[in-house]
Design a protein around this ligand. Structure first.
Ligand SMILES: C[S@@+](CC[C@H](N)C(=O)[O-])C[C@H]1O[C@@H](n2cnc3c(N)ncnc32)[C@H](O)[C@@H]1O
Length: 291
């Protein structure tokens, strides 16, 4: 392991930022960004400040924190769990190993939900199923302050984190929480149902880096990956108001099947699949007919 004093300004002509990035490199697909985020977190400075000062003076406690964080990374702990926070939709969310780390792809769902709620001002009752850290309903409620979400999850621990995040972003009044399987025990009907449920096929999951690092319950989508999405869609016609919208995140390989499921469960609705920034199928959209 590297045991350099971090304040030696020109060790191998590399800055602290370079050296941290180098250490992170084998453990991340975004080592430069992660190095920036790590230094910015420990120094309590913005990322742009770190970019402008790639060789900052570090106190011994800061040096120790960097060493500890890099050690954990080398042992396979994801950076967001080390920092205890992660950014989603430009908001900072508390994350622990009990919740999935919010992903940038999921921001597409939030964009759609915001746009739809913005153009349907009388539709404000929403449900988010498999809420995890609460990143989806909290980001939406942050922008649509009169929206109300019922946020559900099977995991009690994740609901505790979602509650903390809702309070942190001052949308506690907009959210109520329930623990249970999908929408099974959930009363009432909703204008908008959002969900990012586990969708990785079980056989594929074990070969992925995330396996064992993030909660399996948040990733394992059953044999074909569509177990929970299919189950939610089959129960959704009883839970969605006429004219309501469903937004479900899917894996890039599931577009065709998810579309078929959407059409099967909502034959009269306008069903479509939208792509993320990398061109992969990412979002199933079901717009039902107005009454
Ligand atoms: C892929 S994670 C998504 C978390 C969060 N929505 C996000 O986008 O970061 C899926 C979530 O669904 C929850 N979950 C898994 N099975 C469930 C079930 N049968 N009913 C409700 N929630 C479930 C998991 O605990 C996890 O929090």
């Amino acid at each position: 392991m590297l045991k350099l004093g971090w304040n030696n300004l020109h060790v191998n002509d590399k800055t602290t930022l370079d050296r941290v990035r180098q250490r992170i490199n084998p453990h991340s697909s975004t080592p430069y960004l992660d190095a920036l985020v790590l230094l910015s977190h420990i120094l309590e400075r913005s990322r742009s400040w770190i970019l402008a000062h790639p060789n900052p003076f570090l106190s011994s406690s800061q040096q120790e924190k960097i060493r500890m964080a890099l050690q954990k990374l080398e042992h396979g702990v994801p950076l967001p769990y080390i920092l205890g926070t992660w950014e989603f939709y430009q908001l900072s969310f508390k994350v622990t190993p009990d919740v999935l780390i919010p992903r940038p792809e999921t921001e597409l769902l939030v964009d759609y939900a915001r746009e739809w709620l913005g153009s349907h001002p009388s539709r404000r009752s929403c449900a988010d199923i498999g809420t995890g850290s609460g990143c989806i309903p909290i980001s939406i409620a942050h922008h649509i302050p009169d929206s109300h979400f019922t946020a559900g999850d099977l995991s009690r621990e994740s609901l505790k984190i979602a509650q903390i995040n809702a309070a942190k972003h001052k949308v506690g009044e907009n959210l109520s929480f329930y623990q249970g399987h999908l929408m099974q025990a959930l009363g009432g009907t909703f204008d908008l149902i959002t969900a990012n449920l586990p969708y990785i096929p079980r056989s594929k999951l074990v070969s992925l880096d995330v396996y064992g690092r993030e909660p399996t319950q948040a990733l394992d989508g059953g044999r074909e990956g569509l177990k929970y999405i299919s189950s939610l869609l089959h129960s959704a016609p009883r839970k969605l108001k006429k004219g309501g919208l469903i937004l479900i995140e899917i894996d890039g390989s599931q577009g065709k099947e998810a579309y078929g499921l959407g059409k099967k469960c909502f034959p009269q609705a306008k069903v479509s699949v939208s792509q993320d920034l990398s061109g992969k199928d990412r979002l199933l959209i079901i717009q039902t007919r107005e009454p």
